[in-house]
Design a protein around this ligand. Sequence first.
Ligand code: ADP
Ligand code: MG
Ligand code: ZN
Length: 484
Amino acid sequence: MNYNDYEGVMGLEVHAHLLTESKIFCGCSTKFGGEPNSHTCPTCMGLPGALPVLNKKVVDFAIKLGLALHCTINRKSIFARKNYYYPDLPKAYQISQYEEPICSNGYLDIFMNGEKKRIRVLRVHMEEDAGKLVHESTIEASTYSLVDYNRSSVPLLEIVSEPDLSTPEEAVLYLKALRDVLVYLEICDGNMEEGSFRCDANVSVKRKSDTKLGTRTEMKNLNSFRSVEKSLAYEITRQIDLVKQGGTVIQETRLFNVDEGITYSMRGKEEAHDYRYFPDPDLLPLIVDDQWIEEIREGLPELPMAKMERFMTDHGLPRYDAEILVSDKELADYFEETVRLCKEPKTASNWIMTELLRELKNGNISPKDSPLSPAHLAELLSLIKDGTINIKIGKEIFPELYERGISPKELVKEKGLVQISDETAIVAMIDAILAKCPREVEEFRAGKDKLLGFFVGQVMKEARGKANPKLLNELLMGRLKGSG
Ligand code: ADP
Ligand code: MG
Ligand code: ZN
């Protein structure tokens, strides 16, 4: 038996913080950070007698995501109490949805090497987040913990996939695609570092010939795509090694140590909680009617996958370009605005994917804050197209254009960069160079073709980069061959 006889099986549970102004069952602010315990009230602090009132926006967002993921939107769903004790959970239960979630049985398509794979989504449900423990230690007191309830009852959607993922790379693609959908829907900021998008990864292994799934382990709160990929890869190898040696995988929760790249057992199934779920008597069953669903369906924006298809068909972009542009809605918008102005999709895409993205990444700037506007990029592209400047000059001035956010026309004028397209001027420069290099001319004429580049370079240098390259090539060829 070797590794190739086995395969991994993975399913992800994702928690997404919703971009609502207020919490799920009270009017407190959901803002990240803030003075500890300043965004609190009796309800989200779990004081006796306080009653939860469901935030309609949370339901809107859940339906939005359910529709985007092709789920069944259940007309009736139930809020349940998930009971456990922890200091960050003041009621000693979390309000969640259990047996009857708001959305079920959907899917999300991912592309693996250009091939479509459908990942089924088992359920999407609403729940509240817990507070946060802050562990401190000082010289006087040894260690102690403080509780901040600002996060308590911030609304979450939990999205649970079926175990349809077969490799860590697929898991990451699914996560990225899911995050894109949430961001496009404007219901989650997708920020993994701040924890507004986090993932529990379940994984098992089995022999490829087996149909029955193996026992799974679960890794909690992975907060980067890299951690998801690394921890899954580690865990698959660990489990295969174990099984090959005749051991058995036990169902447990494991922790991933980023620095070591290793997972550790955290708690076994025996220590797993019995949450004693039951319907929350303070909240009525949630009833959603067709009209509500239709209203939300009508307001759905174009989703990443649809945008990608459109970029490929309408703008004629290769899938590679479309994928990169669509991976960030702002970048896609930037691209479309540029194309609206310059009507050259592929050229615009090339410049955005290389020059613009490089600058944005260097400064960690998001596309909508780019100092170089789509209008200025379009202007630059038309300066190149109509021959005012050549591509090389365009690339040279790009960083400065970006930096200063000024009009390309102005900069070209300011620096005297207008391309030389005057034949007589170019011929004069060519002749001067040819006269200086009789030996190379002879060699070229004797068949050393690759010297052409040398001549082009020399003339360009003479022209301080401003010669029209196409014209230069033609005239140079004529001069070299013609007078031979
Ligand atoms: P729990 O809350 O107990 O973790 P959930 O139903 O919420 O259970 O989530 C289970 C997750 O584990 C799902 O994403 C599912 O696809 C995945 N899963 C279930 N069985 C397996 C398995 N044998 N191997 C890998 N993943 C699995
Ligand atoms: Mg789980
Ligand atoms: Zn509150």
